[in-house]
Design a protein around this ligand. Sequence first.
Ligand code: E4P
Length: 218
Amino acid sequence: MEFFIDTADIDEIRELAATGLVDGVTTNPSLIAKSGRQFIEVIKEIADVVPGPVSAEVTSLEYDGMISEGRKLAAIADNIVIKLPLTPDGLKACKTFSDEGIDTNVTLCFSSAQALLAAKAGATYISPFIGRLDDLAQDGLMLISDIVEIYSAYPDISTKVLVASTRSPLHVVEAAKMGADTATIPPAVLRAMFKHPLTDKGLESFMADWKKTGQSIL
Ligand code: E4P
């Protein structure tokens, strides 16, 4: 499973990329606003730090504007993925970019029907937002299971399922069990994935016993 981090905070990205476990980055207009930085500048910096796919979202709501913005964003670096909303104009723009060989991430997906349309439009990634569905007492992970099942039934669909709006390690683990291709994970959730109290406890006792031996490896 690919792990993307869901943030526009360059310090977080640098720190987590150094673990070697980060395959890509997703951003959205809210994350850019939170960073307090210039969109183009921060995307360029992220694309320099992480060689994998970096999603940059268009903000125009109409096809022509999406195409102009998408082209400008795609020109920033080879690893930019154009993020487009799941609307008729967004999918039309997705088809255009897909025909031109430009990678796309169709965002704000909340149903299997929408995921089918995105695949048909040639999306590189579909982003179903599971946390936001859970917030409405709808089962976000069930949507992932449905999309994985549908896409698997059609070998000609190459769209990857990018699990978005993840809120916990369990979201990531359950999506992995379902065979989702990718998860975009907030930094705090990725850090939480390292944690287990028995790891800390075990390490503490190993180190205490090692100290008793008076030895050193080097
Ligand atoms: C995905 O690309 C989005 O940026 C993100 O996962 C949204 O997550 P949220 O629901 O926590 O805002």
